[in-house]
Design a protein around this ligand. Structure first.
Ligand code: C2E
Ligand code: CA
Ligand code: CA
Length: 871
């Protein structure tokens, strides 16, 4: 009768087998260590067995035939195994504790060793074909285990060889202690092969200790049963089977959890990187461990060409891997919907010399959004079986999924980075690239003869071109502009585009004169008319530039200063401007001014002046233009264009416009009260038309003062109307519906097309001052003014001439059929009280309210005569 013993032993064909193939020095040392350890175990076994000659005498002697039974029992125990795998190792649980428990009671040590070693080694050799080192270790361990177990058992039952329960307790304790020592030995050996895995192995061993305890108790019970009722021993095997089954399931669950955890760790590590190389190289060894593979490879295909752009592998390299996604032998694998389990013979048939030694191979397509982006290949599975199974395929698929996601993200990231380096429209380096190029350039060793120049070229009012002819047209101008710039710069420097309408040139020059000369050359070339789609357009540029010595300047600072010079050039219409201290001071100054402007707006300190508008037919004053004024406490009066630009840039323009409108509407009310019937025109900024609240605020201002909407005119420049076409037009239409009149200001300086003008809900057209100034003397200007007046009338608009500085011009304009005029020749813009005084004393008749007209029709007649005399 035999008592069962459930135990475990390291069926380490995986790591040992692997080790034999590796020629790594580290692995060879590990093998050497194992050999030494095996020898030690054998010597210790020998010494232990000599301590007590009773060891060879069985407690309950049995016949020779039991040797056969025990050998078979140990062999069977090795056949019924379950494996727990982690990384590339497998630990195998066997039922050897069951025969061992019975052997302790019914066999002497010699017989037990023979049965244990022969039974165990037989199965190992036949079933797993282990390497020599592995066989040596397992054989030595079998011997040692048996001797240790016997030694402990005999110490416990003592000289009188026990009675009653004593042998039973002895069996139990002997089994448990042996199990613990085994656990220690196996984890030690594993740690030889997987450095750094000692802790992990120990945890594994701890859980095995629990398993061994449970199995040990069950085995002891079965053995005890055999002592009392030999025939019922069979009953004792039933709980053993149950325990075994439970343990097996537990092992599988734990295995799954471990796999899950490892997969989770893999996805965490791959998703933490945005670089394909990093992801591939970082995950390849994880994959190798997760799939217990000796060899693994990842291929990544270039999204556009399909060529392999990246290959990472571990273990011996595969032969015959594809170099492109289009490789006909591999196409099916890359396009497969999921991972495939492929026998080596298939590769032979396909003519792929994969050169792997045995087993099968998993080929998993790596895809993202249903596009094949790569392939994953694993071969030569280690672990308990040496062949991949369906579970491995699932795992491979899960890994490929995560890899696909991470690699695709990385590819997109790379693409975005790539795009960040090149301007998409013109193909020249982008701002990011130029910053890097400039830094590199400045990092060079200082050179007395060569300076690094930075030139910013800004297109003046390029927005108008876009607005008038459409963005596509604007884009074509920019492309042509870039081509000319590149040709003109040639190999003297690098051209980049830093903003929609701003280009940069980084170049080498001897001195600042050469630099300025280059700037003028470039300006000349790019300002020549562009002939596109039958349209001729010219663009003007402003240029800001400066030079620096290598090693003595910083890129970002140079770019900022060049930008300040460019802004200065634009503001002062200066063409080419070299950065100088004053300009930097100017930039700082503008910041201070902005702070003061905020205060002035908060305190409503901005003033509004009124410039009269005269009807050229009746000679009557019919309105005025409201012009904002700012008297700075220390700097005196600041030109409106200066602080309006500031307000626009700082988002204060809405508040500014509001104040001008409120004051202007109040002025209209006062005029009405005085009996005058005047229209007052307020200027809007481009940005005002994009402000959705504008219409409401205008309505409220009119309602508060009780002023009819048609007494308020809003002046809009062509640019403003064109800027954000639909939205500006929407606001303009809403204002018109409110009853407010609209006037197109500075007409002739933009790019308005006739068809566009026709769409505008305007009432008035103001011819820009630049055409009026010389209208009397310059024929060309006269032609323009005359045709503009005709155009305005054709479109049903009244036409105003601005900037009328003398009587001659006034009379001339009246002759041309112009409707209204304003200008210094009639009156400068005046503060409201002086404007009222002017109305009374200028000699011009003034449009009157009905009640006022009734009252002094006579006086008006006199004034009219006076005006006609001027004409
Ligand atoms: P604008 O709308 O073309 O206004 C006419 C400008 O021409 C005014 O300059 C006016 O003083 C000036 N001017 C009038 N008659 C003559 C003349 O006979 N000869 C000359 N040389 N100049 C004349 P100002 O007041 O300096 O305003 C300049 C620009 O600032 C305005 O040009 C307008 O675009 C803007 N602006 C003025 N006030 C406001 C405002 O309240 N809001 C907005 N958004 N812009 C305003
Ligand atoms: Ca105006
Ligand atoms: Ca104007």
């Amino acid at each position: 009768m035999v008592e069962p013993r459930v135990g475990w032993l390291p069926l380490d064909e995986c790591w040992l087998g692997l080790t034999m193939k590796q020629s790594l020095w580290g692995a060879r040392t590990a093998s050497n260590k194992v050999v030494v350890m095996s020898a030690t175990l054998l010597v210790v076994s020998l010494l232990l067995s000599m301590t007590d000659e009773d060891l060879s005498v069985a407690l309950h002697p049995s016949g020779w035939w039991t040797l056969v039974i025990f050998t078979l029992a140990f062999a069977v125990a090795h056949l019924f195994v379950f494996h727990v795998e982690y990384r590339r190792e497998a630990i195998t649980y066997t039922m050897t504790e069951l025969p061992m428990a019975f052997a302790l009671l019914y066999c002497g040590l010699g017989k037990a060793i023979v049965a244990r070693v022969v039974g165990g080694v037989l199965v190992l050799v036949v079933k797993h074909r282990p390497g020599m080192v592995k066989l040596l270790f397992n054989g030595s361990l079998f011997v040692f285990e048996t001797v240790l177990c016997y030694a402990i058992f005999h110490v416990l039952i003592g000289e009188e060889r026990g009675n009653g329960v004593q042998p039973i307790v002895g069996v139990l304790i002997a089994l448990l202690v042996t199990a613990a020592v085994d656990a220690f030995l196996v984890s030690t050996v594993i740690s030889f092969f997987e450095p750094g895995q000692w802790r992990r192995a120990r945890t594994e061993m701890a859980s095995m200790a629990v398993v061994s305890t449970v199995s040990g108790i069950a085995a002891t019970l079965a053995a005890a049963l055999s002592l009392a009722w030999p025939h019922l021993t069979i009953l004792g095997l039933v709980p053993i089977a149950a325990v075994w089954n439970l343990e097996r399931n537990h092992g599988r669950t734990a295995q799954r959890l471990r796999d899950f955890e490892a997969l989770h760790q893999l996805s965490r590590s791959v998703s933490s990187s945005l670089h394909t190389e990093e992801i591939a190289s970082g995950s390849i060894s994880e994959i190798r461990n997760l799939l217990r593979s000796e060899r693994a490879a990842i291929l990544l295909f270039d999204p556009t060409s399909g060529a392999v752009s990246l290959a990472a592998s571990t273990g011996e390299a595969f032969e015959g891997l594809p170099t492109t996604v289009h490789d006909p032998r591999w196409r099916a694998f890359a396009a497969a919907p999921e991972a495939l389990l492929i026998e080596l013979s298939v590769f032979q048939t396909l003519g792929i010399p994969l050169a792997t030694s045995g087993g099968n191979v998993i080929v998993a397509p790596i895809s993202a959004d249903d596009v094949a982006i790569g392939l994953m290949l694993v071969a030569e599975r280690g672990g308990s079986t040496g062949r991949y199974d369906a579970g491995d395929v699932l795992r491979a698929d899960a890994i490929a999924d995560r890899l696909g996601l991470a690699l695709r993200n990385a590819q997109l990231h790379a693409q975005i980075e790539q795009e960040a380096w090149r301007d998409a429209l013109t193909g020249v380096p982008s701002r990011t690239a130029i910053e890097r190029i400039l830094d590199d350039e400045l990092d060079g060793s200082p050179d007395d003869h060569q300076l690094v120049g930075v030139m910013l070229i800004g297109l003046d009012r390029f927005r108008d071109v876009n607005a008038a002819f459409g963005h596509q047209f604007g884009d074509r101008v920019l492309v042509e502009f870039t081509a000319r710039l590149l040709k003109a710069v040639d190999n003297r420097g690098v051209v980049g585009r830093v903003a929609g309408d701003e280009f940069v040139v980084v170049y080498e020059v001897a001195d600042s004169e050469e630099s300025t000369a280059l700037a003028h050359d470039l300006a000349l070339v790019v300002q020549m008319p562009y002939h596109i789609d039958g349209v001729d357009v010219s663009v003007a540029v402003s240029i800001g530039l400066l030079e620096a010595t290598r090693g003595a300047a910083e890129g970002p600072v140079l770019l900022r200063q060049a930008n300040q010079a460019l802004e200065w050039a634009k503001r002062h219409h200066d063409g080419v401007v070299r950065f100088r201290a004053e300009i930097e001071g100017d930039a700082a100054e503008r910041l201070l001014l902005l702070a003061d402007l905020r205060v002035a707006l908060d305190h409503r300190e901005l003033d509004v002046h009124f410039q009269p508008k005269v009807d050229l037919v009746t000679g009557a004053v019919v309105g005025a233009e409201a012009l904002v004024r700012w008297e700075h406490p220390t700097r005196g009066s600041i030109p409106p264009l200066d602080f309006i630009e500031l307000a626009e840039a700082a988002g204060l323009i809405g508040a500014l416009t509001d104040q001008v409108i409120t004051k202007s509407v109040a002025a209209i009310r006062l005029c009405n009260d005085l009996g005058y019937q005047l229209k007052v025109a307020v200027n809007l900024s481009t940005l005002d038309l994009l402000d959705e609240g504008l219409v409401d605020r205008v309505r409220r201002a009119l309602r508060t003062e009780g002023v009819p909407a048609d007494q308020l005119t809003l002046e809009i420049t062509e640019t403003a109307l064109l800027a954000d076409g639909p939205k500006a037009l929407l606001t303009a239409t809403a204002l018109q519906r409110l009853g407010v009149q609209l006037s197109i200001d500075d007409f002739g300086t933009g790019f308005s097309s006739l068809s566009y003008l026709r769409m505008l809900p305007a009432h008035e057209l103001k011819i820009d001052r630049s055409f009026i100034t010389n209208v009397v003397t310059e024929d060309r200007d006269e032609v323009i003014v005359r045709s503009t007046i005709d155009l305005g009338h054709t479109l049903g608009l009244r036409v105003t001439a601005e900037g009328v500085e003398d009587d001659a011009t006034l009379v001339h304009l009246a002759g041309l059929g112009c409707d209204l005029a304003q200008g210094f020749g009639i009156s400068r813009p005046l503060p409201f009280n002086r404007f009222i005084a002017w109305l009374a004393n200028s000699g011009f008749p003034v449009a009157r309210n009905e009640w006022a007209i009734d009252r002094d029709a006579a006086a008006m007649a006199t004034q009219r005569e006076a005006f006609l005399k001027i004409r």
